[in-house]
Design a protein around this ligand. Structure first.
Ligand code: THU
Length: 144
C-alpha cells in the first residue's frame, strides 16, 4: 500500500538556513551597534543566498542583513525567495525590521516564510506586513 503525502508548503532546509545565517553573522560589519546579524534564504529554484549587516559611521545609512541578502539575490540572477532565517550573533532568530519587511516583500511576497525560532511555526510575511504595498500597486495607482 502506498501513502502519498502532499504538503501545502515545500520542504524548507531550515537547519541549513539557520546554520548559514549564523555563519553570515561572522562576516557582518557592525562596529557601532555590535549587533551582528546574518541571514540566509532559499529561492524557489533551491539556491541559498546569504547576507550580513553593514553599518556606517553615518548611522542611518546602515544596511541590514536582509538588504545585503537581496542585493546578492539580484546579483546572482534574481528569483523568488521562499523562506529566510535571520539571526543575531547569539545564534537566535530576530524579527526583521520594518524596512526589511518591505524589502523582502518585493522578492518573496506574502507567502515568504520567516524563521521564528525553535519550536515555533515559521511566520508568513503577510503576518508581519499585512496589506503590503507592492509592485502590483504601481500599475493601478499611476496618474496618466
Ligand atoms: N539589523 C539587521 O541587520 N536586520 C534587521 O532586520 C534588524 C536590524 C541590524 C542593523 C544594525 O546593524 C543592527 O542590526 C542593530 O540595529
Amino acid at each position: 500500500m502506498y501513502c502519498l503525502v502532499v504538503s501545502a508548503t515545500p520542504d524548507i532546509p531550515w537547519n541549513d538556513l539557520r546554520a548559514r545565517a549564523r555563519h553570515a553573522t561572522t562576516t557582518s560589519y557592525a562596529p557601532y551597534s555590535r549587533v551582528t546579524v546574518g541571514a540566509c534564504a532559499v529561492t524557489d529554484d533551491g539556491r541559498l543566498i546569504d547576507g550580513a549587516n553593514v553599518e556606517n559611521a553615518s548611522y542611518g545609512l546602515t544596511l541590514c542583513a536582509e538588504c545585503s541578502l537581496v542585493s546578492d539575490l539580484i546579483r546572482q540572477g534574481g528569483g523568488r525567495l521562499v523562506a529566510v532565517s535571520i539571526v543575531a550573533g547569539d545564534g537566535q532568530p530576530i524579527a526583521p525590521c520594518g524596512r526589511c519587511r518591505q524589502v523582502l516583500f518585493e522578492h518573496g511576497g506574502n507567502e515568504l516564510l520567516i524563521d521564528a525560532g525553535d519550536d515555533r511555526t515559521p511566520t508568513a510575511l503577510s503576518q508581519l506586513l499585512p496589506d503590503a504595498f507592492g509592485p502590483d500597486d504601481l500599475g493601478v495607482r499611476r496618474s496618466g
